[in-house]
Each structure stands twice: as C-alpha cells, then as structure tokens.
Design a protein around this ligand. Structure first.
Ligand code: SF4
Length: 368
C-alpha cells in the first residue's frame, strides 16, 4: 500500500508517538549513555545474535578491557576470544578486532560514517552500518533487525515474509520517512525498543503500544498472523563424542582450525559419529585418527546438548584417565592441530565453545 493512500497509517504521527513513548519507557542500557561510534559498534555487534541480558555484563567487561579502537587493535587474539566467551559466534569478535585495525590504518582511528567505508569493514552488514550511522552520527539510515521487522510487518500488515527483498526496501523507506522530523538515533532505538518490550513475538502488548489505532494489523485483526513466517530449513542434529583425556592433573585440549566455525577456540578432542557408529566407537576412532592413541577403559560421564542457529549438537562425554602404560598424545609431536596439556585453572583462561565450557565446569572443575 502506498503511504499516501487513503487508510495508510500516518508515518509522521506514528513517529512522534513512538518518540514520546521511548522518552518515557527506554531501558537504561549502558550503550545508551554514549554516542561514541566505537562503543555503539561494539554493542550492536554483540546484540546481533545475543540477548540483551547476556550482552550488558559482557559489554561492560569488554569496554573495561578494550575502551577504544587502539587497545582492541593491539590485544592478542586469545584475549579477544576470551573476552567474547559466553556470547557465541566468535567470528564477530575477530571481525571487530580486524575492523579496529583497519580503522586505525585507513581512517585515522575514527569509525567511518559513509556507507561504502563502513560496509567494507569485516562483519559489518547493512543493519550494523545503519545502527552506527543513525545512533552515533544521527544520519537518516535505517537499521532493521528482527524486532524492527516484526513491528513493521504488523504496523503495515505485510502479508509476505519480512525478508522478501521488496519488504526490505519498503522497510528502509518507511524508517527513513519516519526519521524526517525526528532524531534518527532516537528513532532507531525506539523502534528496536518497541519490538523488544511491547510488540513481542507471541503476546504483543497492543494496549500499551504508542501506535494504537494506527497499526494496520491491529485494526484488521491480523496481529497473530504477522509477520508471515519464512519457510524454514530443517535444523540439522549432530551427534559427536568427546574425551576428557587426563593424566591425573592436567587435561588435553586442541585448538580448532583458524578458519570456519568457532575458529581458533580450544576444545576437547573427539568428533562426529559416522552413520551406524556408537558414541564409544566414534570416540575411539577419532582419538586414533586425530591423536594416534588407543584408549581403553574410558567411562561415559554424561551428555551435553547445545543448540546453534542452524544445527543442534549432542556431545557424548567420556572420561579417559591415561596412565603411564598408555602413550599420551604429544603436543610437540606431529599432530594436525595445535594442542596442549593444561591444568583446569589454565584451561579456564582459554577461549572455548560454549558446550566445552560446560564440560569443563561440570566434569573437570567439579567432578562427580
Ligand atoms: S499495536 Fe500491537 S501489533 Fe501493532 S505495533 Fe503495536 S504492539 Fe505491535
């Protein structure tokens, strides 16, 4: 529906009501007290795939450790990954550090304002660029995340999936129009906040919504049908076995390859089950293939389940105490991946995937 058409909601009125609502109801989040572009960039990258409650303490700690682009650029990769632990999707942390280095090298240490320069930085897409441009620089750029998509799909009663290209173009236009008489930074945050606090996925609180009667889905009774879901790809379920190899005092860990999923994180050795294989057989095969050792007498201590965006993993966890008569994997030998023997204390300081952090806490630091 064109927005000059009869029956279309008034964007000016909607934007004004939204701003008024935001000035009263905005949560006191640490990144809201600054317009520093680096701080806004950090918060937006953290919020991309992580809940606000998890991000708040992580953001405070990160800004304490890396208060500016320079400290982040100079930090070791290990420090950066460790500071990101608990947020998941570690590529975001490494991209932030790469961006910091590029900004120092090519932009005189200032986060760039223009589309082309921002979008050229690793890990910065249309959404993050729009958030930084509008919040830090007050430029009229749209930042449409999942929350904002939901609000707009309902407000405009969109009957096709939000991610359809035509809808994305429409959302950008609508948001920019709403920014015309308002602060772009406040408008961006107000839309996000409305999606987070009022226009909730399952039970939107329409009675407390500043859009009220302007919302087309509400007036047409289609709120529960908006947004129209995207056809889903089935989630892949992965089974894997891992070993806590211990010599009694230390545990053996391997570093993941430098590219791909969870790059450079440390983990317990093991691997995926092949078709028809039992968890124990998979463990023995993987340890022999990867480390050249034959374990016997390993004891199953439990399972860990962890869900990622497109797959879920069930880890079968075994404890294998290696004694002198068995050959221990030798990190200085010819192993395919960097590896080492660590005390639990040392292991805790290494960046690890979430499921491995759980294993460490459950069976190494507090063994049954
Ligand atoms: S009126 Fe209800 S459905 Fe419409 S934007 Fe507000 S909370 Fe969402």
């Amino acid at each position: 529906m064109p927005f000059s058409a009869p029956g279309a909601p008034s964007l000016g009125t909607a934007a004004q009501r939204l701003q008024e609502w935001f000035s009263v109801h905005a949560r006191d989040l640490p990144w809201r007290s600054t317009r520093d572009a680096y701080a806004i960039l950090v918060s937006e990258v953290m919020l991309q795939q992580t809940q606000v409650d998890t991000v708040v303490p992580a953001y405070r700690e990160w800004m304490g450790r890396f208060p500016d682009l320079g400290t982040l650029a100079e930090a070791s990769q290990e420090e950066v990954l460790k500071a990101w632990e608990g947020l998941g999707y570690y590529a975001r942390a490494l991209n932030l550090q790469r961006s910091a280095r590029l900004i120092l090298e090519h932009h005189g240490g200032r986060v760039p304002r223009e589309d082309e320069e921002l979008l050229a930085l690793p890990g910065i897409g249309r959404y993050t660029a729009g958030a930084v441009q509008s919040i830090a620089f007050d430029l009229p750029r749209a930042a449409v995340d999942g929350n904002v998509e939901r609000v707009l799909c309902r407000f405009l009663d969109i009957d096709t999936p939000a991610r359809d290209r035509r809808n994305q173009i429409l959302f950008g236009r609508i948001v920019r129009e709403m920014m015309e008489e308002n602060s772009p930074g406040d408008l961006t945050q107000a839309l996000m906040e409305l999606g987070a606090l009022v226009c909730l996925p399952r039970k939107p609180r329409c009675d407390g919504c500043p859009f009220g009667g302007l919302c087309l889905a509400r007036s047409r009774g289609t709120v529960s049908k908006r947004p129209v879901p995207r056809p889903r790809k089935p989630t892949q379920a992965i089974q894997a076995s891992v070993a806590i190899l211990t010599d009694g005092e230390r545990i053996f860990l391997q570093k993941r390859p430098p590219e791909g999923l969870m790059a450079n994180l440390w983990e317990f050795p093991g691997g995926k089950l092949e078709e028809g294989e039992t968890p124990r057989a998979a463990l023995r095969r993987e340890l022999f293939e990867e480390l050249g050792i034959k374990v016997r007498g390993e004891k199953k201590v439990g399972t860990i389940r962890h869900a990622y965006t497109s797959f879920s993993v069930t880890l079968h966890v075994y404890l294998a105490r290696m004694n002198g008569s068995e050959s221990l994997p030798d990190p200085s030998g010819n192993l395919a991946l960097p590896s080492g023997w660590f005390t639990p204390e040392e292991a805790r300081r290494l960046p690890m995937p979430a499921a491995n952090v759980k294993i460490l806490a459950r069976w190494v630091e507090e063994p049954d």
